[in-house]
Write a protein that binds this ligand. Structure first.
Ligand SMILES: [Zn+2]
Ligand SMILES: [Zn+2]
Length: 54
């Protein structure tokens, strides 16, 4: 099951330099950032608690 980038909604390829981490606010949701979103420092927001972060 490919993961989706939390910021842009693109599927994340296994070879991509993506990161994932638990939401810094609620800790319940695993947030994913694809390589492009990391590079451009796009904002993400948590689908559960609506936390927005860089
Ligand atoms: Zn992305
Ligand atoms: Zn959250």
């Amino acid at each position: 099951m490919p993961e989706k980038c939390t910021s842009c909604g693109n599927l994340i390829a296994p070879y991509e330099d993506a990161v994932h981490f638990p939401c810094p606010s609620c800790g319940d949701v695993l947030l994913w950032r694809c390589e492009a979103c990391r590079r451009f420092a796009r904002a993400y927001h948590c689908p559960k608690c609506n936390f927005e972060g860089p």
